[in-house]
Design a protein around this ligand. Structure first.
Ligand SMILES: *Cc1c(COP(=O)(O)O)cnc(C)c1O
Length: 356
C-alpha cells in the first residue's frame, strides 16, 4: 500500500469552545487528505496536508460537466474518550459504485479507510465531546483536467475534509413534515439516482424550495416514470410501518442505497420483525393511512440517523402519522444505532472501526 505523506500545520486553529451551536458543515479542521490521479500513473501522492484552498483551472472539467462524486460519514467519540467510525468500508465501496457510473477511476477501499483513520487520528481533538455531536467526514472526487470537451477526465483529485457538527436533534427527536413532490423528479432508472453525485442534489433544489414555501421541511420524491411509486427523501431513505410490517422502497436504480437504510433492515431482521423491500405507491400509503394501518413513517440517513415523519402531504391530503410523535420502532432503531455509534451498546454486528 502506498505511503501517506504527512505535513502538519504550523498554525492550528482554535477549536470551537461552544459545541452547542456547531451547526452542520460550517467549520473545518486543520488538515485534509488529498491524492492525485493521472491516466497512466493511477492514484498517487497520497498526503495529509494543512486544510486550505486548492488551486483549480477555471476550465477544470468538474466545474463544467459535473464529473464529481462524494460520500458522507461520521467519526464518533465514545464516553470513554475513544474515537470510532461506523461502517466506513461501506462508504468507500459505495464511492466506487458512484465512480463506475460517472466513469471515474476506482479507489482502493482498504487504502481509503486507512487514510481516513490516519486523518481522523491527527484531528482527534476536533471530534466533539457533546452527546449527539460528531465529526462529519466528506470524501469526494473531482475531475480537474483543464479541458472544455465532453469526455471523462484524465486527472482527478480524491480529497477528504472534516467538519465538527452539532447534534442533529438538540431537543429530542421532533417529527418532520414532508411533502410529496408532483412536478419535479429527482432521478430516473438508468440515470444517476443510485450514486452520490452533486448533480442529483442540484436537481432536487427546486423541489426543496417549493416544499419550504409551503412550510414543509423536505420533499418526498416519486418515481420519474409513473409518478406513482415512492422513492426517497432528498438525502434520506424512507421507511413505513404498515400494520406489523416494516416496508421500504426496493433499490431500483434511481434510489440511493443508504448505509443507514441497510443497517435498519439488518436490525429489524435481527429483531424478528417482518421487513419488506418492495415498490410502494403513494396511493397505497394514502389507503393504509385511511384504514388506520399506517403506524410509523421515518427517514434514514447518516446526518439524522432516524428522522420521524409527523406529517405527510400529498395533494390536498395531509396525513398525520402517530399523532405527530415518534413511533416505537423508529425510537428503537434510533436508540440502537446511536447506541452502537457512540459505544454505549455492544457492536454485535461488526459495524464499528476503531480509530484511536
Ligand atoms: C446519502 C444519501 C442518503 C443516505 O445514505 P446514508 O448512507 O444512510 O447516509 C439517502 N439518499 C440520498 C439521495 C443520499 O445522498
Amino acid at each position: 500500500m502506498a505511503e501517506i505523506r504527512i505535513e502538519l500545520t504550523k498554525n492550528p486553529k482554535a477549536k470551537p469552545a461552544d459545541e452547542s451551536n456547531l451547526g452542520f458543515g460550517k467549520i473545518f479542521t486543520d488538515h485534509m487528505f488529498i491524492m492525485d490521479y493521472d491516466t497512466g500513473m493511477g492514484w498517487h501522492d497520497a498526503r495529509i496536508v494543512p486544510y486550505g484552498n486548492i488551486e483549480l483551472s477555471p476550465a477544470a472539467m468538474c466545474l463544467h460537466y459535473g464529473q464529481e462524486v462524494f460520500e458522507g460519514l461520521k467519526a464518533y467519540r465514545t464516553s470513554d474518550g475513544k474515537i470510532q467510525l461506523f461502517r466506513p468500508q461501506e462508504n468507500f465501496k459505495r464511492l466506487n459504485v458512484s465512480n463506475e457510473r460517472l466513469v471515474i477511476p476506482e479507489i482502493d477501499v482498504d487504502f481509503a479507510v486507512k487514510a481516513l483513520k490516519e486523518l481522523v487520528e491527527i484531528e482527534a481533538d476536533w471530534v466533539p465531546h457533546t452527546d449527539g455531536a460528531s465529526l462529519y467526514i466528506r470524501p469526494y472526487i473531482i475531475a480537474v483536467d483543464p479541458f472544455l470537451g465532453v469526455r471523462p477526465g484524465d486527472k482527478y483529485l480524491f480529497m477528504i475534509i472534516l467538519s465538527p457538527s452539532g447534534a442533529y436533534y438538540s431537543s429530542g427527536l421532533n417529527p418532520v413534515s414532508i411533502y410529496v413532490e408532483q412536478n419535479y423528479v429527482r432521478a430516473v432508472k438508468g440515470g444517476m439516482g443510485f450514486t452520490k453525485t452533486g448533480g442529483n442534489y442540484a436537481a432536487s433544489l427546486i423541489g426543496q424550495n417549493e416544499a419550504h414555501k409551503q412550510n414543509y421541511s423536505q420533499v418526498l420524491w416519486l418515481d420519474g416514470v409513473e409518478r406513482k411509486y415512492i422513492e426517497e427523501v432528498g438525502a434520506m431513505n424512507i421507511f413505513f410501518v404498515i400494520g406489523d410490517e416494516v416496508v421500504t422502497p426496493s433499490l431500483q436504480g434511481s434510489i440511493l442505497s443508504g448505509i443507514t437504510r441497510k443497517s435498519v433492515i439488518e436490525l429489524c431482521n435481527s429483531w424478528g420483525l417482518k421487513v419488506s423491500e418492495r415498490r410502494i405507491s403513494i396511493d397505497e400509503i394514502a389507503e393504509v393511512y385511511k384504514n388506520g394501518m399506517l403506524k410509523e413513517v421515518f427517514g434514514t440517513g447518516t446526518a439524522a440517523v432516524i428522522s420521524p415523519v409527523g406529517h405527510l402531504k400529498w395533494n390536498d391530503m395531509v396525513m398525520e402519522i402517530n399523532d405527530n410523535k415518534i413511533g416505537e420502532i423508529s425510537q428503537r432503531v434510533y436508540d440502537t444505532l446511536t447506541g452502537i455509534q457512540y459505544g454505549k451498546l455492544e457492536d454485535t454486528h461488526g459495524w464499528i472501526t476503531p480509530v484511536c
